[in-house]
Design a protein around this ligand. Structure first.
Ligand SMILES: C[S@@+](CC[C@H](N)C(=O)[O-])C[C@H]1O[C@@H](n2cnc3c(N)ncnc32)[C@H](O)[C@@H]1O
Length: 286
């Protein structure tokens, strides 16, 4: 596999800004900036559906009514709305990128939701002030030292006995420059260091057809697979009309619906690209 140059923190911030500038115009709902970045809504509706399913499975035993929830890296506020609809008393969404926060505020102006600009490794909230902290594909975008700071902060603001929900990349083969995947064991080790203990894990994004297509592309393009993937993304956003390559991709996505349905029910969590972790803060911890 070709060596991956991961983006540095300052470049990552620019990456999020650029993505918002380019994509929010064409996809006001924001899935193209928060799911598979740069891909059109028809592609991301598939991922969104199964992320929702996986989150529901992960937190099925928790009564969310009346909880105060912190959604870190909230993007356009998808999960803020999700928790509110399930009875959360208040959801605070934070993100480092301003434009998507503006979109979040426009889209979710219900009583009980607040959005603030803030980085997950430096949270301006007092200790033990939330019942649940949610991070969906956020910590996977920061390097190891920042992950540690972020988990320390998430644990600090969580009350003892409160829950942390993480969906993060566990596929070490993902070579996108803006991701920093870790093995499941490494995520769990980091969480434990900050007194967050695992209750349950679920798999998310099995997507065997799409992974096979990507593998084939990697093989055919040899050292240039990254550039080819970027070209496909541009093509997909710019030309939603059904030419041959988009027709093929749409067909793969359509066939992926029933496969994902079955995989989420039957396949082991470790076969998925992303793992959902339900963690609980130690009762005795402050
Ligand atoms: C892949 S998107 C996921 C957004 C949202 N959680 C969702 O699932 O819809 C990752 C988000 O994390 C945000 N982010 C990246 N680094 C961050 C940091 N240090 N602190 C807070 N948010 C951050 C980005 O701006 C982006 O909105």
């Amino acid at each position: 596999m070709e060596a991956t140059e991961r983006l540095r923190p300052a470049d990552l911030r620019r990456y999020w800004e650029r993505l918002s500038d380019q994509m929010l115009k064409v996809d006001p709902q924001g899935l193209s900036v928060t799911c598979f970045a740069g891909m059109p809504p028809w592609f991301n509706r598939f991922l969104d559906r199964y992320q929702r399913r996986a989150l529901k499975n992960l937190v099925q035993d928790i009564d969310l009514r009346g909880l105060r929830v912190l959604d870190v890296g909230t993007g356009v506020g998808r999960w803020a709305e999700w928790y509110l609809q399930r009875g959360a008393r208040q959801v605070v969404g934070i993100d480092v990128e301003g434009k998507r926060l503006l979109t979040a505020r426009e889209r979710h102006n219900e009583v009980g939701v607040v959005f603030e600009r803030m980085s997950v490794d430096c949270l301006a909230f007092s200790g033990s002030s939330f019942d649940l902290v949610n991070s969906i594909t956020v910590l996977q975008h920061v390097n190891r030292p920042m992950k540690e700071h972020a988990l320390a902060e998430m644990s600090r603001v969580l009350r003892p006995g409160g829950h942390a929900v993480l969906f993060e990349l566990t596929d070490l083969k993902d070579d996108a420059p803006h991701v920093f995947p870790e093995e499941r064991a490494a995520w769990l080790q980091m969480a434990r260091r900050h007194r967050l203990y695992p209750l349950r894990t679920v798999g998310e994004q099995y997507i065997p057809l799409l992974r096979a297509a990507r593998g084939t592309l990697r093989f055919l393009a040899r050292g240039e697979s990254r550039g080819r993937i970027d070209a496909i993304k541009e093509h997909a956003m710019a030309r939603p009309t059904l030419d041959a390559s988009m027709l093929f991709l749409r067909m793969l996505v359509m066939m992926s619906y029933p496969i994902e349905e079955i995989a989420q029910r039957c396949a082991p969590a470790r076969g998925a690209k992303i793992t959902g972790f339900l963690l609980r803060k130690h009762e005795g911890a402050r």
